[in-house]
Unconditional design. Sequence first.
Length: 255
Amino acid sequence: MATCTDRITKEKDESMTKPNWLELPIDLTMNILQRLDTVDILRSARNVCPLWRNIYKDPLKWRTILIRGLDHPFRIDRLGKICRCAIDLSCGHLEDIRIEHIGTDDLLEDMAHRVSHLQRLQLFKCDGVKDEGLAEFVKTLPLLEELDYVSRRGHISKECVEVIGRCCPLLKSLRLDTEGCCHSVCHGHGEAIFIGKTMPGLCHLKLFGIVLTNDELLTILDGCPLLESLHLSSLGVEGDILDIDFLSLVYLNFS
């Protein structure tokens, strides 16, 4: 039978082996917290100690949101709720969000008008996001500077690209990647024309899964005079590109 002394000794030993998060230097604490994604923060980190809980009451700590989703449909609703909760906590200060797998048109609709300061949007293999939903969402993002869109559904429509260009005048970086869809590389449907016509401030462009004609490529180069880097699929251009002037580019890649 354990004596009172034994119990006290055991409790003392346990208290010595458990980390005291309050004793960590604040710079080390912040370094740890910066490594966590949004799901980890909301599900566990906020409950570690009062200090961490208070840190995450500050809306400025929610300027960046990262939702790493998995290809498990039963998790979509739960992760969607976590994403909505994080957006609520940002109180309109959200600047950068990456959503993997779990994005839907409904989620984007809920976010609209609550993330008007968003500067960077990354949607990674979100099968629930359609062109129409994305187009409606970007209409509320006048400060957007970077859009990274990776889709398994197929090509983004030229109408959606036009809306992005006209509603996001500060856009500097664009990635459209549809190589993960069934028809991995095929001819575009006019997307490039609207990139050249509506995105004059573009500095960085990545197009994967789209084969451009020489005319489409020239439209981009002529319409985007600030373009510094261009990254295309290995089969990204149809025709002879030797006569095209790429001297204005700092970086050019076909892969």
